[in-house]
Write a protein that binds this ligand. Sequence first.
Ligand SMILES: [Zn+2]
Ligand SMILES: [Zn+2]
Length: 96
Amino acid sequence: MTTGDELTSYAYRKVRERILAASDVCIVCGHGAADAVDHIHPRSKGGAKLDPDNLAPIHGNAGCPVCLRKCNNEKGDRPLADVVQLHTSVDWFAGP
Ligand SMILES: [Zn+2]
Ligand SMILES: [Zn+2]
């Protein structure tokens, strides 16, 4: 582990807490209990890394308890639109 990784920075953790406190509905599979956040527009494509508007709940290493997908691994560094096949009508910005 290197120190100074932006994904483990204090600022990032605070933003992640805010996102997950507002909603834990995963952007990929549409189920609850998301334990991580991911960028809607990948940082490698110019997405803002600490902008709450560019972050959304997603299932991290533990995977989804409902469908068992590892959503964050599936998404990787692709744009959200490439991953979400619009099979869900969940409005993941609406919150619980
Ligand atoms: Zn998920
Ligand atoms: Zn799921």
